[in-house]
Design a protein. Sequence first.
Length: 123
Amino acid sequence: MRLRARSKYGVRTDAAGKLARTVDGHLFASKAEAKRYGELKLLVKARQIDSLEVQPVFLLSVPCREGGIVIGFYRADFRYMESGTSRQIVEDVKGHATPLYRWKKRHVEAQYGIKIREIHNGR
């Protein structure tokens, strides 16, 4: 009997697990993230949001004389604009917030002057 491979967070990494988390060619980290993508697509269709982006990357840097040194990156789950405004929304679907995530979140918010919206349990 062969055991199914799982990630450190319990997500199935076999073909069936990946298929359950794939929507429109995007492989999501969790079913909750895939579900949220479906909800955001409906908001795009209803014209409540636009410019939906999946897994946008934010470079993390520290200031120095030459302007800044890139020390890493943060990959959010989603970024979009509220329709009719210039307000950018960055979302991260979270089941469990690790210490590294909390640090990167604070760094991105300070560096880019944005607020990351956390969606817990797919809500």
